[in-house]
Write a protein that binds this ligand. Structure first.
Ligand SMILES: Nc1nc2c(ncn2[C@@H]2O[C@H](COP(=O)(O)OP(=O)(O)OP(=O)(O)O)[C@@H](O)[C@H]2O)c(=O)[nH]1
Ligand SMILES: [Mg+2]
Length: 392
């Protein structure tokens, strides 16, 4: 079964999570400059963009726009996290349960320095402070979940992994995450089961790093105070992926495009004005957006979504087809599906992702480009077009 990947937007209040969400999904959610505008979570579809293979193969394809293919992912926008959320400050951290299934997080960080850790307006705030704070609060959230089972662990220490995985598998945390963490943390099971807060925090923090990787959207890059902060953050946190974004500019571009005022594809470095009936105010706004793109390349929103899937989660795109000669489904639709799978996925695993039965009755797979048969344990490459033969 194909499981759509889920990404959560997190950050302090007023950092621009809902603006990012609305820009990516065009869902009509509330945006405002006061903290805790969002309380109930918003869920929507965003899209990863890739080059569709149809152009290279000279195929006529109805699944992409001008050779750019958009693949859906699920995006979540939740309430803001403030320091001490795990102690109940702000709206606490229980709302993170709504994004339990997320395989990665986008930390929307206001790099203009215009808001503090509580999302209140200020001047010259150092956004670096919010990076560590947010990571800590997410670890505390996971720690709270872990502690629910302390009695069970004490009663059955030999069943540590079993109890842990039962609790955490619903949060996208796997045996591999657990085993890697145990070996990396250097903690013995005995130390861990001593339940000292410091050891537990270290252990859960490692689990968080592996299972909920974070990309940072350095947002509000359109504001003049943002550039220097961004450069400083990039230097200081060179190990992290930090993408400059202007959720507000992306939202304006997407809305203008939805209203047929401009031609703009998400992630593009330019747009074309297509409506002749625009007001003076609209013209000024478009001029601002044009200059923004000239200066910054793109708004960064699409880049952020792409990077999280391809760099942080190390996924690839594969195109299953039924007819390898026409690169199509049986009904003739060219390149009907684009699937995101983990790098390392094999042909047989792909068959299982399409359908349990196709996996069970797997006979062979054909690389549609070369028409060569590949084995069940052939490791798929990015952009592969694969036809799977299975028995009846
Ligand atoms: N200049 C600028 N302002 C932005 C940008 N993104 C968001 N904003 C503004 O920041 C304010 C807060 O935006 P929201 O999207 O509501 O922020 P949030 O993180 O969802 O806030 P909460 O729901 O309260 O947690 C609004 O006034 C937005 O217009 C951006 O890229 N640039
Ligand atoms: Mg919001």
């Amino acid at each position: 079964m194909i499981v759509m990947i889920e990404i959560g937007l997190v950050g302090v209040p007023s950092s621009g999570k809902s603006t990012f969400f609305k820009a990516a999904t065009l869902k009509d959610v509330k945006i405002a400059s006061y903290p805790f505008t969002t309380i109930e979570p918003n869920e929507g579809l965003a899209y990863i963009s890739v080059k569709c293979p149809c152009k290279e193969l000279g195929l006529s394809c109805s699944s992409c726009i001008d050779g750019i293919r958009f693949i859906p992912i699920k995006l979540w926008d939740v309430a803001g996290l403030v320091p001490g959320a795990h102690l109940g400050r702000g709206h606490g951290n229980a709302f993170l349960d709504d994004i339990m299934q997320a395989s990665a997080l986008i930390h929307v960080l206001d790099v203009s320095g215009g808001i503090d850790s509580d999302g209140n307006p200020t001047d010259n705030f150092d956004p670096a402070k919010n990076i560590q704070m947010l990571e800590e609060e997410i670890t505390y959230w996971l720690l709270g979940i872990f502690k629910k089972d302390i009695h069970a662990y004490q009663k059955n220490p030999e069943k540590f992994s079993e109890i842990f995985l039962k609790r955490f598998s619903g949060l996208g945390i796997t045996k591999q995450h657990l085993d890697t963490t145990l070996s990396l943390s250097g903690l013995t099971a005995k130390e861990l089961l001593g339940f000292e807060d410091e050891n537990l925090f270290r252990f859960i923090d490692k689990i968080r790093q592996l299972s909920k990787p974070i990309i940072i959207a350095a947002n509000k890059i359109d504001l003049s105070s943002a550039k220097n902060n961004f450069i400083r953050l990039k230097k200081r946190f060179s190990e992290k992926i930090i993408i400059p974004t202007s959720a507000e500019c992306e939202l304006a571009l997407r809305e203008a495009s939805a209203k047929q005022i401009i031609d703009y594809l998400p992630g593009a470095a330019s747009f074309k004005i297509k409506s002749e009936n625009i007001t003076e105010q609209q013209r000024e706004a478009l001029e601002f957006l044009k200059n923004f793109l000239i200066k910054n390349g793109t708004t960064g929103v699409q880049n952020c979504l792409n990077k999280i899937v391809f760099d942080l989660l190390d996924m690839i795109v594969v195109y299953p087809v039924e007819d390898e000669n026409k690169f199509a489904r049986k009904d003739g639709k060219v390149l009907p599906d684009a699937l995101l799978v983990k790098r390392g996925t094999t042909a047989r695993e792909l068959a299982y992702k399409i359908h349990q039965e196709i996996g069970d009755k797997f006979i062979a797979a054909i690389d549609a480009r070369t028409k060569q048969q590949v084995s069940a344990d052939y490791v798929l490459k990015n952009n592969d077009i694969i036809s799977i033969r299975s028995g009846r």
